[in-house]
Design a protein around this ligand. Structure first.
Ligand code: GSH
Length: 244
């Protein structure tokens, strides 16, 4: 039985798992979980994961949540000497990958997601723009994360661990593309970041990169989807939490 991946490509962690499985030719069944219609709260998905978030992987009887754990599982299970660079056996290179994967949760992911929600989702749900001071503060946090990314994690290297792409670059690019999907050009005036994005895109292959990011580059269709599926009321408490 092929591996099952439960995904919605609006989600950054889902895109990293999707791209990795495709790029490394791991056979899998794509199980679509439509977040915009709340499918993650349905009975069927509840049997797969009580966490009710995507991505989820099922390999036979083994079910795994958390994108980073899934990526490492796939890299370790299907890894070959040719694909070692994704999650290197070398102690210090692997530690560098883990360093980025540990840092990003509360930095790049948290800050990029907040800007995405403030620009794309909150206005749909509340009917008005996020107050300027809140937006400015969210942008400041994201700017700082991007600065740390460029200065510490990239420095003058082509990729985070050096000459080769790794899981760290993959997890970074999908998070950075989330606010970009709202029309924010984060690469403008950031030549180091832009050149790295181009290298990552080339390594992954433009077609795969674009296939994975197509839905997030079309966030303009979300308001209608939310309205059609009665998600507006449901999402309001989430938004309130964000402002507290
Ligand atoms: N730390 C988790 C985060 C998973 C996560 O937050 N998934 C979001 C989409 S990006 C989700 O499924 N949200 C559904 C919800 O909260 O209702 C991972 O890396 O897999």
């Amino acid at each position: 039985m092929p591996l099952e991946l439960y995904l919605d490509l609006h989600s950054q962690p889902c895109r990293s798992v999707f791209i990795f499985a495709k790029k490394t030719n791991i056979p899998f069944d794509f199980k679509f979980v439509d977040l915009a219609t709340g499918q993650q709260y349905g009975e069927d998905f509840g049997k797969i994961s009580v966490v009710r978030k995507v991505p989820v992987m099922r390999d036979g009887d083994f079910i795994l949540t958390e994108s980073v754990a899934i990526l490492k599982y796939l890299a370790e299970k299907f890894g070959t000497s040719d694909s070692d660079h994704w999650y290197p056996a070398d102690l210090q290179k692997r530690a560098r990958v883990n360093e980025y994967l540990s840092w990003q949760h509360a930095a790049m992911r948290a800050h990029g997601s907040k800007v995405f929600w403030f620009r794309a989702i909150v206005p749909i749900i509340t009917g008005s723009d996020v107050p300027k001071e809140k937006m400015d503060s969210a942008m400041e946090d994201l700017t700082l994360s991007l600065k740390v990314f460029e200065e510490k994690f990239l420095d003058d290297r082509p990729f985070i661990i050096g000459e080769k792409i790794s899981l760290a670059d993959l997890v970074a690019i999908v998070e950075i593309m989330q606010p970009v999907g709202t029309g924010l050009d984060l690469f403008e005036n950031r030549p180091t970041l832009g050149a790295w994005r181009d290298r990552v895109k080339m390594e992954l292959g433009e077609a795969l990169f674009d296939e994975a990011h197509k839905t997030i580059m079309d966030v303009a269709s979300l308001p209608q989807t939310f309205e059609n599926n009665g998600m507006l009321e449901f999402l309001k408490p989430k938004i309130q939490k964000m402002f507290n």
